[in-house]
Unconditional design. Structure first.
Length: 315
């Protein structure tokens, strides 16, 4: 019998039996605290991410396997939106650790903005890419085991990482040990109350959303529970970065767009002459304004694709 990682209750119900790509694995919900999680695998997290299957199957382009250079080039242009969220925190003398840094695109985008940038990444390919092509150190051990000589840190970030962790409380406590007493933690992670799941109820999206690498699924309530248990206080929010064309695509086709960039770029419906033709300029500007309003409305109702947290260790 599988017990809840958070509250140890054995009262857990199976809410799904299949994941993306028809992987057979139970998704469970704790009846006591509401935490949603995958039935634990036999292998640990590190072994899973070091296997070639992970990057062969999960990446920014659904039509092919992406190598580390392609992953970096895809995600790097979009780091400006994340930096906008934490802009008030940044100082030239800061020391920053990015946990689960992938190919280092976020830290690369911070070049010249802070004093020390350090990454932690379990994927050997991604870590090797950073060591070969970028200019900051990267550690390959889990945060619970890593000894990071550049710490403690003013800011630790973890983008789309907490959902990969089987014991999120232990993970966050380990992060806390690497923070300065007044250091700040910033998280982004998938929101289980994503509007495509909760209100649009697109069956294909549910089949796509639950996936083998994501072992933990959070609502505002269960994330708060995890943060409380891990000893953090601060403020939560939510963010919507996929555009309204991505949602229309899901609603109409029941399937994902082929790559990350399509869904995260400004929506453009008139490609030809878009920079010079007055019709294209006016209509595309209208779609961009509409997209911003659409995203703001989603975030108002806490239905953004990602939850966010900004806070500190309890004193």
């Amino acid at each position: 019998m599988t017990s809840c990682t958070l509250c140890q209750s054995a009262n857990c119900e199976v809410i799904r039996k299949k994941l993306r790509y028809d992987v057979v694995r139970d998704v469970l919900r704790c009846q006591q605290c509401g935490y949603v999680f995958l039935r634990p695998r036999k292998k640990g997290d590190r072994e899973f991410y070091e296997e070639t299957t992970y990057r062969n199957t999960y990446g920014p382009d659904l039509t092919k396997k992406s190598n580390s250079r392609e992953i970096f080039d895809t995600y790097f242009p979009f780091q400006k939106y994340i930096i906008e969220k934490i802009e008030p925190l940044l100082r030239p003398d800061m020391r920053i650790l990015d946990v689960g840094c992938s190919t280092g695109h976020f830290l690369a985008a911070l070049k010249g903005r802070v004093k020390v940038r350090v990454g932690l990444e379990l994927s050997q390919d991604a870590a090797d890419f950073i060591r070969t092509h970028l200019d900051f150190p990267v550690y390959g051990d889990p945060i619970e085991l890593a000894t990071i000589s550049e710490g403690p840190f003013d800011l630790i970030t973890a983008f789309q990482v907490l959902e990969h962790v089987e014991d999120p409380v232990a993970f966050l406590r380990a992060i806390g040990k690497n923070l300065k007493p007044d250091g700040v933690l910033y998280l982004e992670l998938p929101n289980l109350h994503d509007i495509l799941l909760d209100h649009y109820q697109v069956p294909g999206y549910a089949d796509f959303y639950f996936r083998e690498p994501h072992v933990s699924y959070f609502t505002k309530s269960t994330l708060q529970d995890v943060l409380d248990r891990a000893g953090f206080v601060g403020s939560m929010g939510n963010v919507q970065r996929y555009n309204f064309l991505n949602h229309l695509h899901w609603k109409i086709t029941g399937a994902p767009q082929p790559n990350f960039a399509l869904g995260n770029s400004d929506p453009v419906l008139i490609e030809q002459g878009k920079d010079s033709d007055p019709v294209a300029k006016d209509f595309n500007a209208f779609f961009v304004r509409s997209d911003r309003e659409y995203k703001a409305l989603i975030e108002k109702h806490w239905l953004g694709e990602s939850l966010t947290f900004l806070g500190r260790k309890k004193s």
